[in-house]
Design a protein around this ligand. Structure first.
Ligand SMILES: Cc1cc2nc3c(=O)[nH]c(=O)nc-3n(C[C@H](O)[C@H](O)[C@H](O)COP(=O)(O)OP(=O)(O)OC[C@H]3O[C@@H](n4cnc5c(N)ncnc54)[C@H](O)[C@@H]3O)c2cc1C
Length: 430
């Protein structure tokens, strides 16, 4: 089967690209191993809501039209939103079609699936940033009696059995799970490494409203100091809830969650925690203050000071007493470990040499180091918001423009050359 462009993945990013390709009359197909919005159907815990407000999920040609723009979508609502988008744009999705390999050919790519082979000039990798849970090597040293579960597998506290729970990782996922497990009556210890604190509401408005309005979410990948670092910073400690509560470490401490430092090792059944908890918290407070300062400066510049609450600062993160530097995991205090230590993409099917030593795709703002190959939906791809639903519109538009120009270049340099073994069906508008 032949097509000009294959898009891999029918999450919101692949669908946004499909919309942009259709607008340019570039014939394409979207290959999806499951169903539209598969990641949201297969992953995520029962109580999960988006941490971005409803209005802040704008896809090209599609947005929120309900009566609760400041609310936070549940998972069924998120799935319905993305499925609705696929229907509205009539995306050419082939569901239950798993890509098993992508290989370079003389004039494009061979994309093998469990339902046949596609040949294309260009390929868009929109297969998701969170396919696999990252679990640190230290997991292998845990005593066998400790149950372990990743954030991708976690659904609700009932899965965990009784007894104390160690949640490892204190970004959006870890703090939300720690709070929920604590509420279920199980004692929770939270191992805290690098994290970024943020209030849900600041000066009377949602923090994401401020970040959007002040241009923070639009920060560009080619204009910030260290993009390698920016692509690896953890998610903001935020949660979406009906009461708009802030779920930061002070709140968790108030509830009774015990904070310890980063899980550094497990030796002879004893978990060892870093002594850097205070420093990590101070650093996180500092980063939050910098964000608030940027927001305040923007508000002052734009004459908002009279309209919104005055600037204020939050109590520093409290680290009470002397957090333990070790816990004997054979003592019965901890029965379960939840790994909330991040996610990573799975490119095991990609047979084009574009991965770096850490398995990340080498690219410049989504333009992969292989002609005609593009990447979408990963953190800070082109903008700070690239990993959010709201980031897909601008990124897909940019990359679709590049892709179209690439096709023009190829067509100009090989005016009579068909796509291997047959005519290219290229219905782009001239
Ligand atoms: C816990 C969690 C909370 C989040 N909260 C928010 C939030 O509040 N707001 C927000 O805007 N974003 C949120 N996100 C979204 C996330 O940050 C990114 O936006 C998302 O990972 C990227 O979307 P995507 O369309 O690129 O990928 P996905 O939605 O993961 O879609 C990729 C698709 O590719 C398919 N696929 C993968 N491999 C293959 C293959 N080999 N063959 C065929 N198909 C394949 C998958 O089945 C999947 O359907 C959250 C993500 C997680 C994990």
């Amino acid at each position: 089967m032949r097509v000009t462009t294959v898009v891999i993945g029918a999450g919101h990013a692949g669908l946004a690209m499909s919309h942009c390709l259709t607008a340019r009359s570039i014939d394409h197909v979207v290959l999806e191993r499951g169903e539209v919005a598969h990641s949201w159907k297969a992953e995520g815990w029962d109580s999960l809501r988006l941490l971005t407000p409803n209005w802040l999920s704008r896809l090209p040609g599609y947005g929120y039209e309900g009566d609760d723009p400041d609310g936070f979508r549940t998972m069924p609502e998120t799935i319905a939103f993305i499925e609705g988008y696929a229907a509205v744009i009539a995306a050419p999705v082939r569901t239950h079609t798993k890509v098993s390999s992508v290989r370079r050919t003389d004039d494009g790519y061979d994309v093998a699936t469990d339902h046949g082979q596609w040949r294309c000039r260009t390929v868009v990798l929109a297969s998701g940033a969170c396919n696999v849970a990252c679990v640190p090597p230290v997991a292998e040293a845990l005593p066998p009696e400790i149950r372990t579960i990743t954030a991708l597998e976690y659904r609700n506290p009932d899965m965990l059995g009784q007894g104390g729970v160690l949640v490892v990782g204190a970004s959006a996922t870890g703090t939300q799970i720690a709070e929920e497990v604590h509420r279920s009556g199980r004692p929770v210890t939270l191992a805290v490494g690098e994290h970024i604190r943020a209030p849900r509401v600041y000066r009377g408005r949602d923090i994401k409203w401020w970040m959007d309005a002040a241009g923070v979410l639009d920060d560009r990948y080619d204009e910030i100091d260290d993009i390698g670092r920016a692509r690896n910073v953890p998610s903001l400690q935020l949660a979406g809830s009906t009461d708009r509560r802030t779920v930061d470490l002070n709140r968790l401490t108030d509830l009774g969650v015990r904070l310890v430092g980063r899980l550094a090792g497990v030796v002879d059944g004893k978990a060892q925690f870093s002594g850097s908890l205070r420093n990590q918290c101070a650093l996180s407070d500092l980063k939050m203050t910098r964000l608030l300062e940027r927001i305040d400066a923007w508000a002052a510049d734009h004459g908002l000071d009279g309209e919104v609450d005055p600037p204020h600062r939050f109590e520093p993160t409290r680290v009470e007493g002397s957090p333990p530097l070790g816990i004997d995991l054979r003592g019965g205090e901890i029965r379960t470990v939840v790994w909330a230590t991040g996610f990573r993409p799975d490119y095991s099917w990609l047979e084009v040499p574009v991965l770096d030593r850490k398995g990340r795709i080498r690219h410049d703002g989504g333009i992969v180091e292989a002609p005609g190959m593009y990447l979408l939906g990963i953190p800070f791809l082109r903008r700070r918001k690239s990993s959010l639903i709201d980031g897909a519109a601008a990124d897909a538009a940019d990359l679709a423009a590049h892709l179209a120009a690439y096709l023009d270049t190829v067509a100009a340099s090989h005016p009579r050359r068909p796509l291997a073994q047959g005519p290219v069906v290229d219905r782009r508008a001239s």
